[in-house]
Design a protein. Structure first.
Length: 580
């Protein structure tokens, strides 16, 4: 059975109805476009890290530093489950294209921002477009290939995140320092604008491939419910409730982990309670709409539920390592920022290898539960070794530990999406895949909050116990405040500034004060090393929980799934594959 795209490319529909196949140049073009789309959106989360200090300096927005990241995350995470469901109702193509256009528009506007407030708003617009892509790229891969072939391709697409983590910070730094000057548009101090403008030519080719060769790919249900009847079935209430609940949850976690407010403050507790109430209302509302954003029968599918939990836990591990390993390498082992970035490379490369190898093994063997358990064990071993690191750890040892952890993390990128797609009817590929990505993104925010809280609390406690008794008495208060900030361990200029402050105020006791200051620096390093170890131990606990959840996983058959299903039958049916 065949159908044609708008440009006449032949699209073969798999004879058993379990996947839509492209061939030849059309397949190459769509896969290339999808890879570019995912790379742009994954890269945008890492490329900004090295450019952000220059951006906030230019736009004078240090007090809103975290909001440039939070706004993107809020918009991205909130839209993922909504778009995943709507694509099941109305097809993937135009949601993916519109989402990519919104992302590119946000990129241009972010690059052109003149104030920090503008930058935050435009970053949110970028995140809105990125969330659409994250939700749908993996779903479209499930549409193109039948279950028996999805493994190797999901592995390839999962490795994109590793590549983005690998090249993002370096590319962002290079563009910030060496971006092309363009008169008043890009000046010596605003070369960072290229971090966003670079998306345009790449995005153009991605859009071209999607427009010309991606089939409309309407689901069976949207073929039955069209026009106003289809619009009436949109779950507007569910979309509003899940968006509001997720926004409250992320704001509460961000406020607490960034110490904007105390965890026990009225602001944090109140907004987290509001999130819980809104999620409860969302679950209740979903029982009474014909096409819910999250069909509750999905929660009775063991494969979907376990994969969602694993996606969240794995991202907590990934974020916990990606954020705090560079701090350990710089602050404790004394590496420069450039060297620390290079030393993280083995972690990301090994995760790419793990994702691709796991994808190929699943395609060859047809089984993934054992592979997932082994991956979890390897990941936990790597995290355990990382948690044992100390100021005396050799660099080669640290690199070896990171390689082990990366090899264990990688397989989850490909296997989780694959398992869900193979366990659901085709009409629920979008909502199922989107939900897994949603829980993954949510896990990243939870990881930052949990590990960050452990590190901050442990650092405060350790410093109280380790700080020399005479420091408060003999060192200037301002100098001591700067000296006890872990930033001095990773910023030589900040350390020099503290030394100069002590010299200028110590008088005849300069050498004694400097000796005392060195003791303070040593106690800060010891305290920070202990705090990071506790943070990595928290990541280890999450890794062990991941292994335990892996044992609840269940194999999904690679064929005979994703069969077409009528709207009437689906309204009454429960999702049967994977039920315990």
């Amino acid at each position: 059975m065949e159908q044609s795209t708008s440009k006449g490319a032949v699209v073969a529909v798999h004879p058993d109805g379990i996947g839509r196949r492209l061939h030849g140049f059309a397949l190459f073009s769509v896969l290339g476009a999808l890879l570019l789309t995912l790379l742009l959106e994954a890269l945008d989360q890492t490329i900004i890290s090295t450019a952000l200090p220059r951006i906030i300096s230019t736009l004078q927005g240090f007090d809103r530093y975290t909001w440039s990241l939070t706004a993107y995350a809020l918009a991205s995470v909130t839209v993922i489950p909504i778009v995943g469901k709507l694509s099941d109702q109305f097809g993937r193509k135009w949601f993916l294209i519109i989402g990519s256009l919104i992302f590119l528009l946000g990129s241009v506007l972010s690059g052109a921002a003149q104030t920090m407030d503008q930058f935050i708003v435009f970053r949110a617009l970028q995140g809105f477009g990125a969330g659409t892509g994250i939700a749908l790229v993996f779903t479209v891969v499930g549409d193109i290939f039948p279950p028996s072939e999805r493994g190797k391709w999901q592995g390839l697409f999962g490795s994109v995140y590793g590549i983005a983590n690998l090249i993002g910070p370096t590319l962002g730094g290079w563009l910030t320092d060496n971006g092309l000057l363009m008169g008043d548009l890009v000046t010596e101090t605003t070369r960072w604008r290229w971090v966003f403008y670079i998306n345009m030519p790449i995005g153009f080719f991605a859009l071209l491939g999607l427009l010309l060769y991606l089939p409309g790919n309407l689901s069976e249900r949207s073929a039955i419910h069209t026009g106003w009847a289809a619009i009436r079935r949109i779950d507007f209430l569910g979309a509003i409730l899940v968006a509001a609940a997720t926004t409250c949850l992320l704001l509460g976690l961000t406020w607490g982990s960034n110490q904007t407010f105390e965890w026990g403050s009225v602001q944090v507790v109140g907004i987290l309670i509001a999130a819980g109430v809104l999620y409860l209302l969302f679950v209740v509302a979903e029982r009474f709409v014909p096409d819910p954003i999250l069909p509750l029968n999905l929660l009775r599918n063991r494969i979907f539920t376990v994969a969602s939990l694993l996606s969240m836990l794995q991202m907590m591990v990934v974020i916990g390592l990606i954020i705090y390993l560079p701090l350990f390498l710089q602050g404790i082992l004394g590496e420069s920022a450039t060297n620390a970035g290079e030393l993280i490379t083995p972690l990301t490369l090994s995760s790419v290898v793990g994702a691709m190898v796991a994808g190929m093994l699943v395609s060859r063997l047809g089984r993934y539960v054992v592979i997932t358990i082994i991956a979890g064990l390897i990941m936990a071993l790597g995290v355990f070794l990382i948690a044992q690191m100390s100021p005396t750890t050799a660099i080669i040892e640290a690199v070896f530990f990171m390689i082990i952890a990366g090899l264990g993390m990688g397989p989850f990128w490909s296997i989780l999406t694959l398992s869900v797609q193979n366990s659901l009817p085709r009409s629920q590929l979008g909502v199922g895949t989107g939900a897994v990505r949603f829980f993954g993104q949510l896990g990243g925010v939870l990881g930052i909050a949990i590990v960050g809280t452990v590190v901050n609390n442990t650092m405060s406690s350790n410093l109280t116990n380790n700080l020399p008794a005479d420091a408060v008495r003999y060192l200037p208060a301002q100098a001591l405040q700067f000296a006890t900030n872990p930033q001095v361990l990773v910023n030589p200029a900040a350390q020099d500034k503290v030394i100069q402050m002590v010299k200028s105020s110590a008088g005849p006791n300069t050498q004694q004060s400097l000796d005392l200051l060195n003791q303070v620096f040593a106690s800060v390093k010891t305290s920070f090393a202990g705090a990071l170890q506790q943070g990595f131990f928290a990541v280890l606990i999450i890794s062990v929980a991941t292994i335990l959840i892996c044992f609840l996983f269940k194999e999904a058959p690679r064929s005979g799934q994703n069969q077409p299903i009528t709207a009437e039958a689906e309204d009454k049916a429960e999702v049967s594959p994977g039920l315990s």
